[in-house]
Write a protein that binds this ligand. Sequence first.
Ligand code: XUL
Ligand code: MN
Length: 343
Amino acid sequence: MNKYGYRFSFGPWNIHEGADPFGPPVRPSVPFARKLETLKDLGFDAMQFHDDDAVPDLDNKTPAQIAAEAQAMRRLLADHGLVAEFVAPRLWEHPLTIDGAFTANDPKARAYAIERAKKCADIGREMGTNLMVLWLAREGTYLREAKDAVTATHRLLEAVNALLAYDSELRIAIEPKPNEPMDIAYIPTIGHALTIAFRADDPARVGTLVESAHAILAGLDPADEMAFALAFDKLWSVHLNDQNGLKFDQDRSFGSIDLRRAFNQVRVLDENRYWEKGVVGLDVKAIRTQPADLATKHLRNSLATFLRLVEVVRGLDRARIEELRAARDYEELDWLILSALMG
Ligand code: XUL
Ligand code: MN
């Protein structure tokens, strides 16, 4: 933890080999143990997990094997003074879920998805976290007529309810994304995620995770998405990163494309005492051309940018801002913010 009280996390996938849809890996895989050392060395507090990051090949393991491996992972983290922030079910790689998991037309696929997510809840419990992040990767279609969107929406709600009923301590944070891998996503924004949360059987246990790039891809500002969730005490995690316009999900270093947009995310988090509510997760990837031995600087830069922006936010002249708001002198307010950012 740093002097501002924020805790930071990233996932094993954030130190990656650089493969993209048009090219192979460009860096060797980094062993998990080294990723953990890097996490610690860079001043992070927690690791984010997919279920199979913690327990590889879990579909082919017994409940006892899964529990033992999850406990071993918890001990490994504890040996480094670290914890797991959340565990997310990876519902998008199995052949059964090619056309969706909870919203697949095929009942076998839906049953698999629920069972897999229950195993993920078990893994989280063994690893000492009750937070499950649901990134709904394939809950959508490539062709609007291929699924019934109303039925699919009900199926999503039923899946959330089944998980809440399965584990009475589980908390679910829905991470919306408007596209990729599916073209048409059923939960594209925080408003959609919050509707599911408030209609769930136990609304107090369903919240959200805002990822900056996903909001930008939806044509929205991440700070506004965060503010909307914060207004209802439903922002339980964030995936900070940056995004160069409406392209593929780039996961660029936080603040590296639009510093003011990053500033406003930090401002809304800091003004709402986010450090007391959740971990600052980063979901950033190194640029593909970055040499292997230099491919953790995106994590260093993103964390440092966040903390520098906290300083900028806390250094703002609040009284002056109120005066300028009252006078509707937004040009002067604009200049005050730009001056703060330019130093
Ligand atoms: C995908 C994404 C995922 C989730 C976790 O775009 O952001 O890494 O954060 O499943
Ligand atoms: Mn993410």
